[in-house]
Design a protein around this ligand. Structure first.
Ligand code: UFG
Length: 348
């Protein structure tokens, strides 16, 4: 798609964490983000850069009507369930929302002649990492999801690829590593219920309004014994979606690209970075491993550079933590889900 055409882009799940940041990035580049969200886990207040269509991702009729009403030219698809642990106890729900939801979306796109899709995939498609424990992961690493959540992401990728080939759709799947941070404006940020992610939990613990952090295992085969992850600033991630929308790809093409930095940070390094940013240590203890956590998940981001001309620019751990802290200190929505902030820290 050409930049600056003010074309409408349907952003499913655009009231969620990564979706809202992507809607802002689209708006900043001259597109109109039309958010399609059920608001079951997203926030109305996060929809600030275009209209909201309230609808369920499994509802092909409402999706199709929204595409027609707003003259949608492309779709960025985030809507779906994301909690890895819950997917192991409710796999049917994950297949219904994530896979059947994507079937509905693809059908509506075909009906309306919408020819480009950017899909929110995940490093979860690689399962335990697929290679030597500490190597970075390229896109052609073995796919072996370790959870029903990862299964649904991989199933969607296969389905999208097949429909690209069959119907001339152009598709890009972005496999995210660990999305974190918040928009520098402080207008939008991370708000999950329940919150399970390391950085918000570590910040809450340091601010004194969350439980002390439990580090899930310190006996992995990694330099300090704790898990390595590739933390990517959500605003860098949002930019990758715009780049995928604009990538010069022919009809019928399907591509998958990792979105990460290529640098791993351990849980203890994150704990230290949060302590530095807050100005007091993160109360924490070492607990048992969490089921299914691979020792290391670090992207080889070469393909994203080659295909999309994209690379991370805001994803140092200190930058991610500073932006997350600014948001967590004064969230403009979602505070209720995490309890009232007892302390607010000056942002440095
Ligand atoms: N961790 C802790 N204590 C906590 C929370 C997390 O030690 O209280 C550790 C985890 O064990 C892991 C690291 O911090 O080593 C990061 O954990 P997160 O829960 O923040 O993120 P994950 O790596 O588990 O999950 C990410 C995405 C998911 C995606 C998954 C796929 O957030 O959406 O990668 O691999 F599905």
């Amino acid at each position: 798609m050409d930049r600056g055409t003010k074309a409408a882009v349907l952003v499913t799940g655009g009231a969620g964490f990564i979706g809202a940041h992507t809607a802002k990035a689209l708006y900043d580049r001259g597109y109109l983000p039309v958010v399609y969200d059920s608001l079951s886990s997203g926030f109305r207040e996060a929809v600030r850069w275009g209209p909201l269509v309230h609808g369920d991702i499994r509802d092909a009729r409402t999706l199709s009507d929204a595409m027609a009403e707003h003259d949608v030219k492309a779709v960025i698809h985030f809507a779906g369930l994301i909690e890895v642990g819950r997917s192991t106890v409710k796999p049917d729900l994950f297949w219904e929302h994530n896979v059947a939801g994507t079937v509905s979306l693809l059908g509506a796109m075909r009906e309306r002649g919408v020819g480009r899709l950017v899909f929110s995939s995940s490093a979860a498609v690689y399962g335990q990492g697929g290679r030597g424990a500490l190597e970075t992961i390229p896109e052609n690493a073995p796919k072996a999801p370790a959870s029903p959540y990862g299964d649904t992401k991989l199933a969607c990728e296969w389905m999208i690829e097949a429909q690209c080939r069959a119907y001339g759709l152009t598709g890009v799947a972005l496999r995210y590593f660990n999305a974190a941070g918040a928009d520098a404006s402080g207008q939008i940020g991370e708000a999950h219920e329940p919150e399970t992610h390391l950085i918000p939990l570590a910040i809450a613990a340091a601010l004194g309004d969350g439980k002390p952090l439990t580090v899930f295992g310190a006996d992995f085969d990694t330099p300090d014994g704790t898990c390595l992850r590739d933390y990517i600033h959500v605003s860098d991630l949002a930019d990758a979606h715009v780049a995928a929308l604009e990538a010069d790809l022919p009809a019928g093409a399907y591509e998958a690209a990792n979105v990460g930095t290529g640098q791993g940070a351990s849980v203890l390094e994150v704990v230290e970075a949060v302590g530095r940013a807050v100005g007091r240590p993160v109360p924490h203890s070492i607990g048992p491993r969490r089921a299914g956590d691979p020792p290391s998940l670090v992207a080889n981001p070469g393909r994203a550079r080659e295909l999309l001309g994209w690379g991370a620019t805001r994803s140092s751990l200190d930058q991610i933590v500073a932006d997350a802290l600014r948001w967590e200190s004064q969230p403009s929505y979602g505070a209720g889900v995490r309890g009232k902030r007892k302390a607010s820290v000056p942002v440095r």
